[in-house]
Design a binder for this molecule. Structure first.
Ligand SMILES: Cc1ncc(COP(=O)(O)O)c(C=O)c1O
Length: 391
């Protein structure tokens, strides 16, 4: 009766069952997987949402987005050294929707896109839901995460349409370097592939004195897309506004925008209200961005300090983003480890396999919880990691 776009087996896994048991027993735990910025005690300025109330009952339709909103994004991007004209910017309701629309204009059913591994777990669902196939290429860790460029080249087939890159990557925190962009662009040119760069965490470098990192927009690829959004930039996922900046050879960009316009006109999912409010949100929401940026740096410092107490655990370096990765001894499986941490130490972290790390054992934690909560959670985590769970 159903399509193969969703997995056949929808049954819960041991972790969701453990979470349900705790919930049923009214037992609390510290959640170090939280990714919802509206639930971590950030201070949203009074009046931030006023511009939404000012919107009228008028419905203004522009398939690619209102010119004022596209201008506001172009201005913001320029501040981060990304130069694209407002006409090259397209609004979407979310990054997920951006992926879906790009897949629709680039791929036929059964076509392939290359995705990094380890990375954002949603790629499998996003591609399957659009009837296409995600083919992994590897990130390797010889002391710093980098793209295994041979694995990219060997993953390309006659059905490949695009290479996805996430910079900085979730959860490894690694930015794509200039050299990697050069190699990826050479492949994109040779095989006529688009580069799709997920740059939602680009504005979150962990080091303070960090020069802006290269963007896919400047890669020189014949067709490149940079994805961003206020969900991460301003901690406002509830307003559903993201964007795609299109760059490349002029004639290809023009053709792409014409095709995107038809696809977007079919859905028109970004509200007039949020588009009209965007300029003001970008201005008055800057403080929220700063709070998150300060918090991830602070929390990462706490994690490094506390984890240093357990020599067998190693916090991997993070270039940017909202996550940190901890390498732990693979004396028990990641699943056993996270269940032990949850059930016996009352702290929740992600297992590495959730992101398809090449081997065990890695744990991933979010860097955006409130500092007091984060510090308490890390203390539980490190205490738990200091003991080997009974298998
Ligand atoms: C790499 C990456 N891209 C995109 C998203 C989602 O962005 P949005 O809320 O705009 O759909 C996430 C969410 O965690 C993410 O990790």
């Amino acid at each position: 009766m159903f399509s193969a776009r969703l997995p056949e087996d929808l049954h819960s896994n041991p972790l969701t069952r453990a979470l349900r048991r705790l919930e049923a027993g009214g037992i609390s735990f510290i959640d170090l997987t939280v990714s919802n910025p509206t639930r971590v005690g950030l201070c949203y300025p009074k009046g931030l949402f006023n511009s939404l109330n000012e919107a009228s009952s008028d419905y203004e339709v522009h398939p690619l987005g209102l010119p004022t909103a596209r201008n506001a994004i172009a201005t913001y991007l320029r501040g981060g050294a990304v130069k694209v004209a407002p006409q090259q910017i397209v609004l979407t309701a979310s990054t997920s929707e951006a992926y879906s629309l790009l897949f629709k204009i680039l791929c036929n059913p059964g076509d392939e896109v290359l995705v990094p591994q380890p990375s954002y777990p949603l790629f499998e669902h996003l591609t399957r839901l659009d009837g296409i196939v995600s083919v992994p290429y590897r990130l390797e860790y010889p002391g710093l995460w980098s793209i295994d460029l041979d694995s990219v080249a060997s993953a390309i087939s006659s059905r490949t349409r695009a290479i996805l890159i996430v910079s900085p990557n979730n959860p490894t925190g690694s930015y794509v370097t200039n050299t990697e962009f050069e190699e990826l662009t050479a492949l994109a040119k040779r095989y006529e592939l688009a580069l799709i760069g997920d740059e939602v965490f680009r504005p979150y470098p962990v080091a303070t004195a960090f020069p802006p990192q290269p963007s896919v927009v400047d890669s020189g690829a014949p067709l490149a897309f940079s994805l961003g959004g206020i969900s991460k930039l301003l901690g406002l996922p509830q307003l559903k506004l993201a964007w795609v900046a299109v760059s490349g050879i002029d004639s290809v960009v023009t053709e792409t925008l014409a095709r995107l316009e038809i696809a977007y006109d079919t859905y028109l999912s970004v509200t007039t209200t949020v588009q009209r409010a965007l300029g003001s949100l970008l201005e008055s929401g800057h403080g929220v961005h700063e709070q998150i940026a300060t918090r991830i740096r602070h929390n990462f410092g706490v994690l490094q300090r506390v984890a240093a107490e357990v020599p067998s655990c190693r916090v991997l370096p993070v270039g940017g983003g909202w996550s940190a990765v901890i390498r732990v001894p693979a004396v028990v499986s990641e699943e056993r480890r996270i269940l032990d941490l949850l059930e016996n130490h009352r702290v929740l972290v992600h297992p590495g396999y959730f992101f398809e790390f090449p081997e065990e054992a890695f744990l991933v934690c979010s860097l955006i919880p409130e500092p007091e909560v984060f510090t308490a959670g890390v203390a539980r985590l490190i205490n738990g990691l200091g003991r080997v769970p009974v298998t």
